[in-house]
Design a protein around this ligand. Structure first.
Ligand code: MRU
Length: 342
């Protein structure tokens, strides 16, 4: 499987351009942190953990711009904050970049060379952490899956969205290797089709039996195909367990409750945000209306009033459990989340 993002020996960041998948496998190579910011903004690299890693590599590249330590605390801080602003909802981005801000603010370096070395080391550490964590999430979550399960997922949460096996998709992938007759139902995930373009691609590569459905088919499919379990990813989990994930997640959680099937969120601890009290405080990214009014580069309507929120909030009381690298938080709430994070 192609690596979603990495850094090579020449210290170039290599990003698999997910906008072109599944038909073109093309990489963006860069030594410029601004190109990484652009790649985050235009979704060449996407998925909360992968965005965090991209932010980390961008932070390292930003440090490489400096020839002297003069005023570096202010000037580099400005660049790091620029990276944080690339996308607002996935907290992994600021979680990662804050680790570089800490090195900078605490002056944990002896020279400019030392600073750049520490930034490079930290970015590779974040890359490896996210890789290991997705393996643990997949292991913990696969215990929930039984032979013959029909699983529904939304958006893309596989290797493309992380530096490892994935979160929700990682669980499905691992389960498919150890259980019999697993059927996956993947929503197309309008408007950017992460489900139909990316999840079905990853399913084929991993020999997972996968049925592609449109988002509006979900409730009908849950009922008629006897879906046993829904597993999705997360972009930010507030301290009370309210979860931001790809637009369309909330309606799946409501459907799960109505049909009395479990609804799980799979996410690393880096996706939790204790500074955010609840879902209402999470900033939802509003993207360009062009993503909706154009289809295959053709305008399909002249309509002007369009809404395009990229994420929605699923309240914690609709979540059966959150699958993390440290185990599953059943009926998530503030005290259980605080406990697992400390
Ligand atoms: O806009 P995207 O494609 O970055 O949104 C991705 C999602 O919503 C994923 O479900 C989430 O980031 C988890 S990825 C492991």
């Amino acid at each position: 499987m192609s690596k979603t993002i990495n850094i090579n020996n020449k210290k170039e960041v290599i990003i698999l351009d997910q906008r072109l998948l599944p038909f073109k496998v093309k990489y963006i190579r860069t030594k410029d942190y601004k190109t990484v910011i652009k790649a985050i903004k235009n979704l060449s690299v996407r998925g909360a953990p992968a965005i965090g890693v991209a932010g980390a590599f961008a932070a390292y590249l930003a440090s490489e711009k400096f020839k002297t330590l003069n005023n570096i605390d202010k000037l580099l801080e400005k660049k790091l904050n620029e990276i944080i602003l690339a996308r607002p909802t996935a907290v992994n981005l600021q979680w990662a970049v804050k680790r570089f801000l800490k090195i900078l603010k605490n002056k944990e370096f002896k020279s400019l060379l030392d600073l750049k070395g520490k930034f490079l080391k930290e970015s590779k550490k974040i890359y490896n952490e996210e890789k290991n964590v997705s393996e643990l999430i997949s292991k913990n979550g696969s215990r929930l899956i039984k032979n013959n399960d029909n699983i529904l997922t939304h958006c893309n949460t596989g290797a493309l969205a992380t530096t490892g096996i994935g979160t929700a998709f990682g669980i499905i992938n691992k389960s498919n290797k150890i259980k019999k007759n697993i059927n996956l139902f993947a929503t197309e995930t309008r408007p950017l089709n992460q489900g139909s373009r990316l999840t079905t691609w990853e399913a084929r590569k991993n020999n997972i039996k996968c049925f592609l459905i449109t988002d509006s088919m979900a409730a009908h499919i849950i009922k008629t195909e006897k879906i046993n379990i829904i597993i999705v990813g997360a972009d930010r989990i507030a301290s009370n367990g309210d979860t931001a994930n790809k637009i369309g997640t909330y309606q799946l959680a409501i459907s799960a409750l109505y049909h009395q099937i479990p609804f799980y969120v799979a996410a690393p601890l880096s996706t939790f945000d204790l500074d955010t009290k609840n879902g209402q405080e999470i900033v939802i990214e509003e993207r360009s209306s062009n993503e909706i009014i154009f289809l295959n580069n053709e305008k399909i309507t002249n309509h002007k009033n369009v809404k395009n929120p990229a994420f929605d909030i699923t309240p914690s009381n609709l979540i059966t459990g959150i699958i993390t690298e440290k185990g599953i938080i059943y009926k998530p709430n503030k005290s259980k989340i605080k406990k697992i994070l400390t």
